[in-house]
Design a protein. Structure first.
Length: 212
Protein backbone atom coordinates (compact mmCIF):
# COMPACT_ATOMS: atom_id res chain seq x y z
CA UNK A 1 0.00 0.00 0.00
CA UNK A 2 1.46 3.33 -1.01
CA UNK A 3 -0.08 4.97 2.01
CA UNK A 4 2.12 2.97 4.35
CA UNK A 5 5.22 3.96 2.48
CA UNK A 6 4.41 7.61 2.97
CA UNK A 7 3.90 7.11 6.67
CA UNK A 8 6.81 8.48 8.70
CA UNK A 9 8.35 6.02 11.12
CA UNK A 10 6.51 6.00 14.41
CA UNK A 11 4.75 3.46 16.54
CA UNK A 12 1.65 5.36 17.50
CA UNK A 13 -1.41 5.04 15.33
CA UNK A 14 -2.72 8.33 14.09
CA UNK A 15 -6.44 8.91 14.45
CA UNK A 16 -6.82 10.22 10.90
CA UNK A 17 -5.40 6.99 9.46
CA UNK A 18 -7.73 4.60 11.17
CA UNK A 19 -10.67 6.92 10.61
CA UNK A 20 -10.91 5.84 6.98
CA UNK A 21 -11.83 2.20 6.57
CA UNK A 22 -11.65 1.25 10.21
CA UNK A 23 -13.46 4.10 11.96
CA UNK A 24 -12.35 5.78 15.16
CA UNK A 25 -14.12 3.28 17.39
CA UNK A 26 -11.69 0.59 16.28
CA UNK A 27 -8.53 2.43 17.13
CA UNK A 28 -8.16 1.06 20.64
CA UNK A 29 -8.72 -2.46 19.37
CA UNK A 30 -6.19 -2.02 16.56
CA UNK A 31 -3.64 -0.80 19.10
CA UNK A 32 -4.24 -3.85 21.30
CA UNK A 33 -3.95 -6.25 18.37
CA UNK A 34 -0.77 -4.45 17.24
CA UNK A 35 0.84 -4.93 20.65
CA UNK A 36 0.13 -8.67 20.52
CA UNK A 37 1.53 -8.95 17.00
CA UNK A 38 4.61 -7.09 18.16
CA UNK A 39 5.02 -9.56 21.02
CA UNK A 40 4.95 -12.43 18.51
CA UNK A 41 7.64 -10.77 16.38
CA UNK A 42 9.80 -10.23 19.47
CA UNK A 43 9.25 -13.83 20.57
CA UNK A 44 10.35 -15.01 17.13
CA UNK A 45 13.63 -13.16 17.67
CA UNK A 46 13.12 -10.67 14.86
CA UNK A 47 15.08 -7.46 14.86
CA UNK A 48 12.48 -4.73 15.26
CA UNK A 49 15.05 -2.01 14.79
CA UNK A 50 15.14 -3.09 11.13
CA UNK A 51 13.20 -0.24 9.53
CA UNK A 52 11.20 -2.72 7.43
CA UNK A 53 9.84 -4.34 10.59
CA UNK A 54 9.50 -1.22 12.67
CA UNK A 55 5.78 -0.63 12.01
CA UNK A 56 4.84 -4.09 10.83
CA UNK A 57 2.74 -4.89 13.92
CA UNK A 58 0.61 -1.82 13.24
CA UNK A 59 0.18 -2.65 9.55
CA UNK A 60 -0.81 -6.22 10.42
CA UNK A 61 -3.35 -5.03 12.99
CA UNK A 62 -4.92 -2.64 10.49
CA UNK A 63 -4.93 -5.33 7.83
CA UNK A 64 -6.75 -7.76 10.13
CA UNK A 65 -9.25 -5.04 10.92
CA UNK A 66 -10.01 -4.77 7.22
CA UNK A 67 -9.83 -8.48 6.38
CA UNK A 68 -12.17 -9.46 9.20
CA UNK A 69 -14.60 -6.66 8.53
CA UNK A 70 -17.43 -9.12 7.86
CA UNK A 71 -17.63 -9.95 11.58
CA UNK A 72 -18.46 -6.39 12.56
CA UNK A 73 -21.85 -5.18 13.53
CA UNK A 74 -23.61 -3.62 10.55
CA UNK A 75 -21.32 -5.30 8.01
CA UNK A 76 -24.13 -7.35 6.48
CA UNK A 77 -24.88 -5.81 3.08
CA UNK A 78 -28.35 -4.37 2.74
CA UNK A 79 -30.17 -6.49 0.20
CA UNK A 80 -33.12 -4.93 -1.53
CA UNK A 81 -35.29 -7.42 -3.34
CA UNK A 82 -37.72 -6.56 -6.10
CA UNK A 83 -40.95 -8.20 -7.15
CA UNK A 84 -40.43 -10.57 -10.06
CA UNK A 85 -42.88 -8.66 -12.25
CA UNK A 86 -41.64 -10.24 -15.47
CA UNK A 87 -42.27 -13.64 -13.90
CA UNK A 88 -38.82 -14.69 -14.99
CA UNK A 89 -38.47 -18.32 -14.05
CA UNK A 90 -35.10 -19.33 -15.49
CA UNK A 91 -31.66 -19.45 -14.03
CA UNK A 92 -29.85 -16.23 -13.19
CA UNK A 93 -26.11 -16.66 -12.84
CA UNK A 94 -23.20 -14.45 -11.98
CA UNK A 95 -19.96 -16.29 -12.54
CA UNK A 96 -16.25 -15.75 -11.94
CA UNK A 97 -16.74 -13.41 -9.00
CA UNK A 98 -13.31 -13.00 -7.39
CA UNK A 99 -12.88 -13.15 -3.63
CA UNK A 100 -10.16 -13.23 -1.00
CA UNK A 101 -10.55 -14.79 2.41
CA UNK A 102 -8.45 -16.06 5.31
CA UNK A 103 -8.24 -19.71 6.29
CA UNK A 104 -9.62 -20.23 9.81
CA UNK A 105 -7.05 -22.88 10.57
CA UNK A 106 -3.87 -21.01 9.60
CA UNK A 107 -4.83 -17.35 9.07
CA UNK A 108 -3.30 -17.30 5.60
CA UNK A 109 -5.26 -16.41 2.48
CA UNK A 110 -7.37 -18.60 0.33
CA UNK A 111 -8.78 -17.00 -2.77
CA UNK A 112 -10.46 -17.71 -6.04
CA UNK A 113 -13.74 -17.32 -7.84
CA UNK A 114 -17.34 -17.98 -7.02
CA UNK A 115 -20.20 -18.82 -9.34
CA UNK A 116 -23.61 -18.01 -7.93
CA UNK A 117 -26.99 -18.82 -9.44
CA UNK A 118 -30.62 -18.86 -8.45
CA UNK A 119 -34.00 -19.41 -10.00
CA UNK A 120 -36.37 -16.67 -8.86
CA UNK A 121 -39.78 -17.23 -7.38
CA UNK A 122 -41.57 -14.00 -6.34
CA UNK A 123 -38.52 -11.85 -5.67
CA UNK A 124 -35.32 -10.95 -7.53
CA UNK A 125 -32.16 -9.03 -6.52
CA UNK A 126 -29.63 -6.90 -8.36
CA UNK A 127 -26.73 -8.98 -9.65
CA UNK A 128 -24.16 -6.66 -8.09
CA UNK A 129 -25.36 -7.89 -4.71
CA UNK A 130 -23.82 -11.32 -5.24
CA UNK A 131 -20.30 -9.91 -4.95
CA UNK A 132 -21.20 -8.01 -1.80
CA UNK A 133 -22.76 -11.04 -0.14
CA UNK A 134 -19.68 -13.09 -1.03
CA UNK A 135 -17.39 -10.39 0.35
CA UNK A 136 -19.35 -10.15 3.59
CA UNK A 137 -18.80 -13.85 4.30
CA UNK A 138 -15.23 -13.90 2.93
CA UNK A 139 -14.00 -11.10 5.18
CA UNK A 140 -13.55 -13.21 8.30
CA UNK A 141 -11.58 -16.28 9.29
CA UNK A 142 -13.29 -18.79 7.08
CA UNK A 143 -13.50 -22.30 5.67
CA UNK A 144 -14.30 -22.71 2.00
CA UNK A 145 -17.06 -25.21 2.74
CA UNK A 146 -18.70 -22.86 5.21
CA UNK A 147 -18.34 -19.86 2.89
CA UNK A 148 -20.12 -21.79 0.15
CA UNK A 149 -22.96 -22.80 2.48
CA UNK A 150 -23.33 -19.34 3.99
CA UNK A 151 -23.72 -17.66 0.60
CA UNK A 152 -26.36 -20.10 -0.59
CA UNK A 153 -28.21 -19.91 2.75
CA UNK A 154 -28.24 -16.12 2.58
CA UNK A 155 -29.87 -16.24 -0.86
CA UNK A 156 -32.41 -18.77 0.31
CA UNK A 157 -33.31 -16.73 3.37
CA UNK A 158 -33.60 -13.36 1.63
CA UNK A 159 -35.14 -14.42 -1.68
CA UNK A 160 -36.97 -17.68 -1.10
CA UNK A 161 -36.04 -18.69 -4.64
CA UNK A 162 -37.12 -21.88 -6.40
CA UNK A 163 -33.50 -22.90 -6.01
CA UNK A 164 -29.97 -21.63 -5.58
CA UNK A 165 -26.47 -22.95 -6.20
CA UNK A 166 -23.00 -21.74 -5.32
CA UNK A 167 -19.73 -23.18 -6.61
CA UNK A 168 -16.42 -21.88 -5.27
CA UNK A 169 -13.01 -22.65 -6.75
CA UNK A 170 -10.10 -21.58 -4.58
CA UNK A 171 -6.39 -21.85 -3.96
CA UNK A 172 -5.27 -22.23 -0.35
CA UNK A 173 -1.89 -20.81 0.54
CA UNK A 174 -1.76 -23.01 3.65
CA UNK A 175 -1.71 -25.98 1.26
CA UNK A 176 0.63 -24.43 -1.28
CA UNK A 177 3.25 -22.83 0.98
CA UNK A 178 3.60 -25.42 3.70
CA UNK A 179 2.76 -29.00 4.61
CA UNK A 180 2.00 -31.07 1.53
CA UNK A 181 2.94 -28.20 -0.84
CA UNK A 182 0.71 -28.60 -3.86
CA UNK A 183 1.13 -25.39 -5.83
CA UNK A 184 -1.81 -24.50 -8.06
CA UNK A 185 -4.19 -27.10 -6.63
CA UNK A 186 -7.80 -25.95 -6.84
CA UNK A 187 -10.32 -26.83 -4.16
CA UNK A 188 -13.88 -26.88 -5.46
CA UNK A 189 -16.94 -26.78 -3.24
CA UNK A 190 -20.62 -26.53 -4.07
CA UNK A 191 -23.83 -25.98 -2.17
CA UNK A 192 -27.33 -26.38 -3.55
CA UNK A 193 -30.87 -25.59 -2.52
CA UNK A 194 -34.31 -26.40 -3.93
CA UNK A 195 -34.60 -27.01 -7.67
CA UNK A 196 -30.85 -27.52 -8.02
CA UNK A 197 -31.26 -30.93 -6.44
CA UNK A 198 -32.59 -31.97 -9.86
CA UNK A 199 -29.87 -33.15 -12.18
CA UNK A 200 -31.00 -31.26 -15.33
CA UNK A 201 -30.99 -27.99 -13.38
CA UNK A 202 -27.46 -28.62 -12.15
CA UNK A 203 -26.45 -29.49 -15.71
CA UNK A 204 -27.80 -26.17 -16.93
CA UNK A 205 -25.69 -24.46 -14.25
CA UNK A 206 -22.56 -26.29 -15.42
CA UNK A 207 -23.45 -25.52 -19.02
CA UNK A 208 -23.61 -21.79 -18.29
CA UNK A 209 -20.34 -22.10 -16.42
CA UNK A 210 -18.55 -23.70 -19.36
CA UNK A 211 -19.67 -21.11 -21.87
CA UNK A 212 -16.91 -18.62 -22.58
ZN1 LIG B 1 -5.43 -23.55 6.30
Amino acid sequence: MSRDEETPVGTEIRAEESAGAAGNGNQAQIERVASHVRAILVELGLDLTDHNLHDTHIRVAKMYDEMFHGLKEGAEPPVTTFPNDEEYSHMVMERDIPFYSMCSHHLVPFYGRAHIAYIPADRIIGLSKFARILDYYAKRPQLQERLTEQVVSFLEEKLHPLGAMVVIEARHLCVEMRGVKKPGALTVTSAIRGAFHQRPVREEFLDLLRRS
